[in-house]
Design a protein around this ligand. Structure first.
Ligand SMILES: Cc1cc2nc3c(=O)[nH]c(=O)nc-3n(C[C@H](O)[C@H](O)[C@H](O)COP(=O)(O)OP(=O)(O)OC[C@H]3O[C@@H](n4cnc5c(N)ncnc54)[C@H](O)[C@@H]3O)c2cc1C
Length: 407
């Protein structure tokens, strides 16, 4: 392969999914030349560098889904990868805590789901055990999940980038290379970038928040649209950090793919609380008032968005008010740790999730990967895609090996 063309495969997107996919293809086919093209000056500056840093155990995801399978496989591989490559990673465990009777049936559903997904070591606990694990947390029942871990996914992404160049004989990871179009030819595609073009036989779209736009550039109607949801975080002050030992999660609302505002003691020892989930007016905007006309128009001119609003307006309004009112955000946190006061939290960062929304307003839950001629498009890779990244990489390598007939 590779004669007369620049690269056998171009992967669009230097986030953890694009990098893990390129890495796994490189390991399986070291003679194939791959270029990972990332539009930003550095790798992993969007979802991969703006998340909670939690290696999930896999108890939330529908049994048999790609999410459940890749999460279970990916988490083990990621922990081993971190150890081998000296990336800080801590298995801290977590507790999911119910604070009202109303949450108990959902907690039961999650526990049973976790058992069906064979999540190791999970157990139901009562108020006293919650206190033993997290002395400042008050709940009526909970689930202890011993296998949950924390990591810096940005560091994992950067290591993957380095390994792709080391292991692939003529593979390259290039930042500041934005893909802006495609020129199709009989046996190759010219991938047009901001500073020229590369020819490639095959293209894999892992553009995260921009993946539906790349799919449309390829002439594919993806049957969904990316609607960005921003999540804001607060941090506990240094003095308040002692109130959280590891990870404390609420019982999530099953109608949403988000896990609810939680406490995360990160690898560096700081404690983050969040994120909420509000519609963002800019796909890659991290400030509360960031706005981009095209992004907003594309979200609001889509019927799916309005259908989602109609279905979930009450939830959305609650999230919005909490985004702008520290007192209300704090109240949400106090449901798990009642002794937290306004002086215990300070504003933290934010992240924007690429949530695929279907035309009927449905939040697409599972990972979505489509094939179209010489393209593979990753159209939905929300949480736990960072946890599952190495297994998603295997999955994409399998698809690419067969669909692109790689030898
Ligand atoms: C707030 C938040 C919390 C989360 N918490 C967790 C968690 O605790 N655990 C977990 O497992 N997952 C979590 N996730 C999910 C996880 O971060 C994502 O699923 C994962 O990072 C997706 O990776 P990606 O590579 O698909 O996307 P990204 O990391 O967004 O990467 C896509 C890349 O494509 C690039 N790109 C876009 N368009 C172009 C173009 N035209 N040309 C070149 N490059 C382009 C972008 O610049 C970007 O770098 C969280 C996500 C968010 C937002």
């Amino acid at each position: 392969m590779g004669q007369g063309i620049d690269f056998d495969i171009v992967v669009i997107g230097g986030g953890i999914v694009g990098l893990a996919s390129a890495y796994k293809i490189t390991l399986a086919h070291p003679d194939i030349s791959i270029a990972v093209l990332e539009k930003e000056e550095q790798l992993a500056v969007h979802q991969t560098g703006h998340n909670s840093g939690v290696i999930h155990s896999g108890l939330y995801y529908k049994t048999g889904s790609i999410k459940a399978e890749t999460c279970a496989k990916g988490r083990k591989e990621l922990i081993a990868f971190a150890k081998k490559n000296r990336i800080p990673c801590k298995i801290t465990g977590k507790v999911i805590v119910a604070t009202t009777e109303k949450e108990l049936p959902n907690m039961e559903v999650i526990f049973n789901n976790g058992q069906e997904n064979h999540v190791e070591g999970i157990e139901k606990i009562g108020p006293d055990e919650i206190k033993e694990i997290e002395p400042f947390c008050i709940g009526i029942a909970g689930i202890r999940v011993p296998g949950t871990a924390v990591i810096d996914f940005g560091k994992v992404a950067k290591k993957l980038g380095q390994l792709i160049e080391e292991k692939g004989r003529s593979s390259k990871v290039m930042t500041s290379h934005e893909v802006i179009g495609f020129d199709k030819h009989d046996f190759y595609t010219s991938v047009v970038i901001n500073k020229g073009a590369f020819s490639a036989k095959y293209i894999i779209n892992c553009a995260g928040l921009q993946c539906d736009r790349i799919a449309r550039m390829d002439g594919l109607d993806p049957g969904m649209r990316i609607v960005p949801f921003r999540g804001d975080y607060y941090e506990l002050t240094e003095e308040a950090c002692e109130k959280v030992k590891s990870l404390i999660y609420p019982v999530p609302d099953p109608a949403f793919p988000f896990l609810g505002v939680h406490f995360t003691r990160k690898v560096d020892g700081s404690v983050e609380c969040g994120p909420n989930a509000v519609l963002s007016f800019k796909r890659e905007g991290y400030g509360k008032t960031d706005f981009n006309f095209t992004d907003t128009w594309q979200s609001l001119s889509y019927w799916g968005t309005w259908k989602m609003f109609r279905r979930h307006w009450r939830y959305g309004l609650g999230e919005y008010t909490r985004a702008f009112c520290k007192k209300l955000f704090l109240r949400q946190l106090q449901r798990l740790i009642p002794s937290l006061g306004p002086g215990d939290i300070k504003p933290g960062g934010a992240g924007v999730r690429a949530q695929a929304l279907g035309p009927k307003g449905e939040l697409i839950d599972d990972f979505k990967i489509e094939r179209n001629k010489n393209f593979i498009h990753v159209l939905n890779a929300p949480s736990p895609a960072a946890t599952a990244s190495l297994a998603i990489g295997d999955y994409i390598n399998e698809i690419a090996s067969e669909y692109f007939n790689l030898h």
